[in-house]
Design a protein around this ligand. Structure first.
Ligand SMILES: [Zn+2]
Length: 435
């Protein structure tokens, strides 16, 4: 009886075990089927084009395993194999097709991801491998560019997606002009400059990128020539702060004139300069101007480009700035004509510049008219050289009625001086265009 009993109870235990196992398996399957989320890999479209050296960052979610390989003909190269524990994981792959013995041409990237026994996803991406950098040639460039001045270059590139000149962190976009049919080769015009705060000895580079991200870079023979700028001091008193500074801050009762002046001269100036760069990127892809730029009629030059100014309050220096245009004084509320033909890109209030007009002359070149009392033109309007656009005034950070005239190169202020000079324009731009 005893033996029979123990046989019976062991059979019972066995049944319970099998039953538990079935429950467990069912629970595991149900968990895999209903509770585990599908695996996700973000940014796989980065595999569409592979350049000579490409960094791809992928973001994986709910992954139990990930397996990425690239296939070309009979060749299969593994790019990544992992079984992450974390719910989310970021992978950065540095892919150099030549090091992997892959050829330029088409390939297939296969991404296998699993999140559980039922949640599997396979991506097959048709990929183009292009490791050939775009051809880049410098056709014309000036021998030197003065600090604060402008330059014009003609570049030639093949299969390029973006072409520009670079100096330190400054980028000057090149515009496609003449294209040879069918060859993928184009000439590019680029206006560039040596902004006042770049270092002497810095090198200009021509840079071309293709659609895959391959880069060609060549240093320009153009030298950056140092220029001496004027140093001047200006006195700031309470009357000036109350009359000029307080309206710019929208504050009626200024208790600390020094910090109020600094707020306008430093913070507001900085945000206004950022706005100029933003406007400077919206230029027409063709030359809209002709001949030398015009200076305000019957005007006297009151301040030059590049003047290093120190502001004194009760004889103590409180703030600094660099004057980035020419101050031209004529009679009060004198008529202002467009310095050259173009399209009005900005017309309105611009902080320290007061009522301002910016005219786009194309290819990143613009002219700026500040401290105006009256604006006659509207944004988007085409204007002809000499056409009356405004009247001078003293809006913004101005002591008296004058015109602040500036030239912008891709939004960075440069000296207007050469742009008034027919000879400079002929030698540095028009003669290049003839070649
Ligand atoms: Zn000025």
């Amino acid at each position: 009886m005893k033996e029979f009993g123990s046989k019976k109870s062991s059979k019972k235990i066995g049944l319970i075990l099998i039953f538990s196992l079935v429950i467990l398996i069912a629970a595991y399957l149900a968990y895999n089927l209903f509770l585990i989320q599908s695996p996700v890999v973000e940014n796989i479209e980065a595999f569409n084009i592979l350049s000579a050296d490409k960094a791809i960052t992928l973001n994986g979610k709910n992954l139990k395993s990930i397996d990425i390989s690239i296939n070309q003909g009979a060749k299969k190269v593994s790019l990544l194999k992992d079984a992450p524990i974390a719910k989310e994981k970021t992978y950065t792959l540095q892919i150099k097709p030549k090091d992997l013995n892959l050829m330029d041409g088409s390939a297939t990237v296969i991404i296998d991801v699993k999140a559980g026994i039922f949640k599997k996803v396979k991506h097959e991406i048709n990929s183009i491998i292009d490791t050939t950098p775009p051809l880049l040639e410098i056709l014309n460039t000036p021998e030197f560019v003065n600090h604060g001045s402008s330059g014009f270059a003609i570049l030639k590139a093949k299969d390029a997606d973006s072409v520009f000149i670079k100096l330190e962190e400054y980028i000057f976009k090149a515009f496609k002009t003449i294209s040879e049919t069918g060859s993928g080769t184009s000439n590019y015009f680029v206006f560039f400059s040596a902004p006042f705060n770049t270092k002497g000895g810095s090198v200009f580079y021509a840079v071309a990128y293709d659609a895959a991200g391959n880069k060609n870079i060549k240093s320009l023979p153009t030298k950056l020539k140092a220029e001496k700028f004027k140093i001047s001091t200006l006195n700031i008193d309470d009357a000036f702060v109350n009359r000029v500074v307080s309206p710019l801050l929208n504050e009626t009762n200024i208790s600390d004139p020094v910090s109020a002046f600094k707020k306008v001269n430093e913070d507001l100036r900085e945000s206004n300069l950022k706005k100029l760069i933003e406007i400077g990127q919206k230029s027409e892809p063709k030359i809209l101007w002709e001949g030398p730029f015009l200076q305000l009629k019957n005007s006297k030059v009151m301040a030059l480009y590049g003047d290093r100014r120190t502001y004194l309050y009760k004889e103590k220096p409180i703030s600094h700035s660099v004057h980035l245009g020419y101050d031209l004084a004529s009679t009060e509320h004198a008529m202002v004509g467009a310095a050259n033909s173009g399209i009005v890109r900005f017309a309105g209030d611009l902080g320290i510049y007061g009522n301002t007009i910016i005219i786009d002359h194309g290819l990143g070149l613009m002219s700026l008219y500040g401290h105006l009392s009256t604006i006659i033109v509207k944004e988007g309007q085409s204007v002809k050289k000499e056409e009356i656009i405004a009247k001078t005034g003293s809006t913004g950070l101005a002591g008296g009625d004058h015109l602040h005239f500036g030239i912008l190169m891709h939004g960075y202020e440069v000296t207007p001086l050469p742009w008034w000079d027919a000879h400079w324009i002929k030698v540095n731009i028009l003669d290049y265009l003839k070649q």
